[in-house]
Design a protein around this ligand. Structure first.
Ligand code: TPP
Ligand code: SF4
Ligand code: MG
Length: 288
């Protein structure tokens, strides 16, 4: 996609958190255009299926390439794009259901490969597009259209999951703070390796936890989102695990290790070791 599709008429509900995430991605994109010599065509947004995935059609301004694939498969598609052209900046945009439920089994392998992409996950704790079923990040006991007597499963902890799988960059953001979120996305895009930016992005129709995140000073409700203290050492994995155990939602970079070889580098290395043989030599191995 090099131009916005005029026929695509999807609309987000008023106040949906994904508006803030879209704005943050636009800020990060503009920043990248201003601070590098790379054209907009250097960027590819790979979207999952869900209200969140529709972000790829709603970006304002200069349009990156975009792929709206199939449910849960944003990471395999990003893997393919990156292997076809490692020079591209690949950004995944997906929802909690798409990324952590149907797509959950792709996180481990791509983290282990240190696939050099940035994944922005919009977590609204619900399947928004399909009208409010429970998702892995819905609270245990939550009453939803698919759990009328309360969700039976425990609530997933995505930050812990990314760290456990060995993601080399893990950040946490909030859709209500698009400027700060843009900085996290820029850092994730610049990170050499598998960068996860997990975003609290409330669904105003089926699971509105905006007030919980923002707090309500007038009514004495403290905000759940808390900036990560400056003294946090993001290079220390133990400190990262410790930080995410604390109450509230930490905002900022939780963990970063830029010294792990990326998949692209490992593939170049592997190719340099492979024997290059022409067709005649290969056919010579067979007896006819
Ligand atoms: C293989 C497949 N199974 C199920 C669906 C139906 N479906 C579409 S989006 C979705 C869930 C989306 O939830 P999430 O990823 O959290 O996105 P949100 O809409 O909340 O942003 C489901 C189950 C589908 N499109 N394809
Ligand atoms: S259903 Fe929820 S996630 Fe989907 S557009 Fe509406 S507010 Fe946003
Ligand atoms: Mg969701």
């Amino acid at each position: 996609m090099s131009k916005r599709n005029p026929e695509y008429d999807f609309k987000w509900c008023p106040g949906c958190g994904d508006f803030g995430v879209r704005r943050a991605i636009e800020f990060a994109m503009i920043d990248r255009l201003e601070n590098t010599d790379l054209p907009i065509e250097n960027n590819v947004v790979v979207a999952g299926i869900g209200c969140s995935g529709n972000l790829v059609h709603l970006l304002e301004g200069q349009q990156p390439y975009g792929i709206h694939g199939i449910h849960g498969r944003s990471l395999p598609i990003a893997f393919g794009v990156k292997m076809a052209n490692p020079e591209l900046n690949v950004i995944v945009v997906a929802g909690d259901g798409d990324f952590l439920s149907i797509g959950g089994e792709h996180i481990g392998p791509q983290a282990a490969r240190n696939l050099n992409i940035c994944a922005v996950v919009m977590d609204n704790g619900v399947y928004g597009l399909t009208k409010g079923q429970s998702s892995p990040t819905s609270k245990s006991g939550a009453i939803t259209s698919s759990t009328p007597f309360g969700k039976i499963e425990a609530q997933a902890d995505p930050l812990q999951l990314y760290l456990t799988h060995g993601a080399t960059f893990v950040a946490s953001g909030f859709s209500g703070q698009p400027r700060e979120l843009a900085q996290l996305i820029t850092r994730g895009m610049n990170h050499p390796g598998f960068a996860m930016v997990h975003v609290q992005s409330p669904c105003t129709t089926y699971n509105d936890f905006f007030m919980e995140m923002k707090g309500d000073a007038k009514n004495g409700i403290a905000p759940l989102v808390q900036p990560i203290p400056e003294e946090h050492d993001a290079s220390n994995i133990d400190a990262a695990f410790e930080l995410i155990q604390k109450p509230g939602v930490p905002i900022g970079v939780i963990y970063e290790d830029s010294n792990v070889a990326t998949l692209d580098q490992k593939v170049v290395d592997m190719r340099s070791k492979a024997r290059v043989r022409d067709a005649e030599a290969l056919l010579g191995d067979f007896e006819f």
